[in-house]
Each structure stands twice: as structure tokens, then as C-alpha cells.
Design a protein around this ligand. Structure first.
Ligand SMILES: NC(=O)c1ccc[n+]([C@@H]2O[C@H](COP(=O)([O-])OP(=O)(O)OC[C@H]3O[C@@H](n4cnc5c(N)ncnc54)[C@H](O)[C@@H]3O)[C@@H](O)[C@H]2O)c1
Length: 460
């Protein structure tokens, strides 16, 4: 099928590449000519696990190409996927101007029946708005339809999430649109839910809001654990084993990051306000999440002895989740700025996100590895649950630094093990065990001598 993708951010580039991989003829367009130049050379302008090689293969095999001209992209397309960014305005509504501009470009260029699909996360009833806007620009004899197929992808796992989704939601009001989309998505062998457009739009917002709610919920319960001596990891496991609840997104920590949960919650709250519906529940989810970052700063401050001026910390991890360099609304940014405002010096290491962070925080000391980030500091602070941190060589760490204080915002280690190794280990919602006087140095584990990787923790 001939497909056009409008917008080559995370969603557009992943969607275009994966659809080309499924055998379709795909043209992707963007107003950002630099981005298009890079993509045409086979370079992805952001990091996404496995995306660049897949994109290159599809470009080389002639199924995928890029253009800076929206009109050119859509002129022969049977389906157009709208993957444009929808950043939030101060009132919580998404900014629809970039989308409106794209619609203005593409409508006159449609020359045959075309299905226009919302892939961006758009407020409920955008389908009706889109139909009206396109009708204003399209030639009178050209047929078109609107559909919504929300994208449920996590940065860092985007290709797997696209190719092996839990479900596909197809929001369409007419059979012709449903048939086309089923034809596209059937090869993924996932359950397909067909809904009307309004429901599909709402499903995406409600899903993100629900996941965010789970995270804020478990972080609230973690506070009770800290006051009472219960262990949040055990509590979360006990809750998550209930299939009605599931263990996913029940990891206590420094809260969710990235722009999408806050943006989608704000948009949902805005819609609720329009209809005088009380959504205080979701307002609290966001407040709890913001507060979690502040609480973590206070935890660090307390752990390093209260007087922060002139103290130094080494940060492990900058991005809001592993395997991404997306620093938009990463908790680390607030936390670093708050620490710096308290006179703390910060050095940091992240396997992927240092270049992106340098553009935002040029004056941070950036390190080559975890060991360098741990030297000469008063505390090591973990911000991202990278597997690399979970597999750390503690013998080498102890040789590299005198620091024996680790404050973990992602609960990646077992507290008792850390105490046995001689570290004061402060985590979220768990007791900090006493460090043994004669702490052991970790012995290589039996067999192959390599510590087994801990199971990666799931966050947003
Ligand atoms: N990134 C994610 O993890 C994710 C997951 C699911 C859904 N979404 C949703 O998908 C949408 C896109 O997200 P993203 O992360 O890909 O955004 P992004 O900001 O990475 O990319 C958006 C792209 O759209 C381009 N663009 C803007 N105006 C344009 C126009 N008029 N014509 C052509 N291109 C234009 C921009 O130049 C940019 O490259 C958002 O609504 C987002 O909420 C994102």
C-alpha cells in the first residue's frame, strides 16, 4: 500500500520504518529540512534502539523515502498517518497549530480517495475537527475519510512495541476505513479493537493517565513504607501478582518523566473541565509525581548531612528511562537544578543521554563511565535503571572511590546486599539496613564469574 507519514519525530519515524518493513511503500515528510536531510542519509536524529539499521535497510531496498514537502508526500498516498507533535499550551490543551498547518498543506494535494489517520495523541473529537478542516481545502470531487489509530509505544522499546503490540485500536466510523486499516495491522497478529473515532482518541489518553496513576499510587504507598518499615518492592509484588492489577508500572522511584504522561493528563483534565467533570484524581497524579522529585532532593540533602553547600554528588543516569536520549521533562533535570541551587556540585554519566543533556545543562561535569562519576563525591545517586548500573562491579567501584553512600531513585539493588558490601544504601520505600563493620568485597559469582544481570525494571 502507498503510505504517507507526516511528521518524522519518534512516532513518525518508527511508524514509517516499521510500515516499510511490513512491505508498504512509505514516504515520510517533515517541515524540518535538516531532519529530512539526515534521514535521507540514513541517520536517525534521535536514539531509538534498532531503528537506524532498520531504516537504512528499508531506504536501501526502496520502500522508504523522505521529503520536506508535505504535498509531495501525500499526492499518491492511499493512507496518510498524521504523526505531528502536539505540545501542551499553558491551559493544558495541545497546540493544534502545527497539525492545522499540515492539514492546510496536504488537503489540496489529495487527488484520490485517501484515509487520513490520527497517530498523534489528539483530544477527543479531533476527528470531527479534522474532517471539517480537510473539507475546507480538498477538491470537491475527492473522497476522504478520517480514522484514529493511537500509538502505544515506549521510547527505547518503540520497534518492539510497534511490531508486537498488546493490541491495536482502530477508531473509524466507516467500513472502507476499517478494512484498509485491518489490512495494514493484521500481519502484526495482535488483537484488534474496532471503535468509533471518539473512543479511540479517549482510549489513548485514558491509557496514559492510568499508567501514570499506577506510578503515583505506588509512590504514595512507598511513603507509607518509609514511615512504617514495610518494603515497597514486596508490597508492589504482592499487589501486582493480582492479575486484575498486574505488576507493570508499579515500581516506586522518582516518578515518571518524559513529556507524554503530563501532556496527556493535562489534555484529559482540560476536556473534563470543558464538560464540568471533576477529574481531581488525575490532578493529584501529577502533583504526586512533581512532589516525588522534590522528596528525592530532600532525601539526598538529608543523606549528605544537611549542609549541601560545596558537597559533590555523582549521578548515574540522566534520561527518564533506559535506552533513550530523550531528555524532555526528565526528572533528573529538576533534581540537578534543585541540587545546584542548594550549592551542590554535580557530575554525571549516562550511557546515551549526555549529548542531549549537554544542550540543556552545559555546565555539568560529564564523565566517561560510572566509576569516574563516582570519584571524589559525597554520594552516588541513581536516576535511571540502566542494566549497566544493575551489573556494576562493586570491587572496582570501591577501588575507584571512597564514597560509600548510594542513594537510589530506582530501587535497582537489594538493600541487604548493599549493606553487606559496605555501602549505606538509601532507596525509595525500603528500610536502609545497617552497614556491617567488616563489609565483604563482592566475590565473583559461581560459574562463569560474571554477575547475572538483574531483570530490567519497568518504568515510563
Ligand atoms: N514519542 C512517544 O513516545 C509517543 C508515543 C505515543 C504517542 N505519541 C504522540 O505522537 C505525537 C508525535 O510525537 P513525537 O514524539 O513523534 O513528536 P516529535 O516532537 O518527536 O515529532 C514531531 C515532528 O512533527 C514535525 N512537524 C511539526 N509540524 C509539522 C508540519 N506542519 N508538517 C510536517 N511535520 C511537522 C516536527 O518537525 C517533528 O519532527 C504526539 O501527539 C505524541 O503525544 C508520542
Amino acid at each position: 500500500m502507498k503510505i504517507a507519514i507526516i511528521g518524522t519525530g519518534y512516532v513518525g519515524t518508527v511508524t514509517g520504518t516499521c510500515l516499510a518493513e511490513l512491505g508498504h511503500e512509505v514516504v515520510c515528510s517533515d517541515v524540518d529540512a535538516n531532519r529530512i536531510e539526515k534521514l535521507t542519509r540514513g541517520e536517525v536524529p534521535f536514539y531509538e534502539n534498532g531503528l537506524e539499521p532498520l531504516l537504512r535497510t528499508n531506504v536501501e531496498e526502496g520502500r522508504l523515502r523522505f521529503t520536506a514537502d508535505n504535498k509531495e508526500a501525500v499526492k499518491d498516498a492511499e493512507i496518510v498517518f498524521l504523526c505531528i507533535g502536539t505540545p501542551p499550551l499553558p491551559n493544558g490543551k495541545p497546540d493544534m497549530k502545527p497539525l492545522e498547518k499540515a492539514i492546510f498543506d496536504i488537503s489540496p494535494a489529495l487527488n484520490n480517495y485517501t484515509l487520513i489517520v490520527e497517530k498523534s495523541t489528539l483530544p477527543i473529537r479531533t476527528g470531527e475537527w479534522l474532517e471539517q478542516k480537510i473539507r475546507e481545502g480538498v477538491q470537491p470531487d475527492v473522497e476522504f475519510e478520517i480514522a484514529a489509530v493511537p500509538q502505544f509505544l515506549r521510547e527505547g522499546k518503540a520497534i518492539t512495541d510497534f511490531m508486537k503490540p498488546d493490541r491495536i485500536v482502530i477508531g473509524a466510523n466507516h467500513q472502507r476505513a476499517i478494512d484498509l486499516l485491518v489490512q495494514i495491522y493484521q500481519p502484526l497478529n495482535a488483537p484488534i479493537l474496532i471503535t468509533d473515532i471518539n473512543s479511540a482518541e479517549l482510549i489513548k489518553h485514558a491509557s496514559n493517565a492510568f499508567l501514570a496513576m499506577k506510578i503515583s499510587f505506588i509512590n504514595s504507598i512507598a511513603q507509607i513504607c518509609e514511615k512504617t518499615g514495610a518494603d515497597i518492592n514486596q508490597v508492589a509484588k504482592g499487589i501486582g501478582l493480582d492479575r486484575r492489577i498486574s505488576a507493570e508500572y508499579l515500581n516506586a522511584g522518582i516518578g515518571y518523566g518524559g513529556i507524554f504522561f503530563p501532556k496527556d493528563i493535562a489534555s484529559l483534565v482540560n476536556i473534563a473541565d470543558q464538560y464540568s467533570i471533576n477529574l481531581d484524581l488525575l490532578k493529584s497524579v501529577d502533583t504526586i509525581n512533581r512532589y516525588q522529585r522534590l522528596r528525592f532532593v530532600e532525601k539526598i540533602e538529608h543523606a549528605i548531612g544537611g549542609a549541601t553547600e560545596g558537597k559533590k554528588i555523582g549521578l548515574w543516569g540522566l534520561a527518564y528511562r533506559p535506552h533513550t536520549d530523550d531528555m524532555r521533562d526528565a526528572p533528573s533535570l529538576n533534581i540537578i537544578r534543585s541540587l545546584q541551587n542548594r550549592g551542590v556540585k554535580v557530575k554525571a554519566y549516562d550511557p546515551l543521554a549526555m549529548e542531549a543533556t549537554r544542550n540543556i545543562l552545559p555546565h555539568l561535569e560529564y564523565c566517561n563511565d560510572v566509576y569516574e562519576a563516582a570519584t571524589g563525591v559525597d554520594a552516588i545517586v541513581i536516576m535511571t535503571e540502566w542494566e549497566e548500573f544493575q551489573r556494576i562491579n562493586f570491587r572496582r567501584l570501591k577501588e575507584a572511590t571512597d564514597c560509600r553512600l548510594i542513594i537510589d531513585g530506582r530501587n535497582i539493588y537489594q538493600p541487604q546486599r548493599m549493606a553487606n558490601l559496605g555501602f549505606k544504601y538509601i532507596s525509595i520505600g525500603r528500610v536502609t539496613p545497617k552497614v556491617e563493620a567488616a563489609a565483604e568485597t563482592e566475590k565473583p559469582q559461581s560459574g562463569k564469574g560474571k554477575p547475572k544481570a538483574a531483570k530490567p525494571l519497568e518504568t515510563v
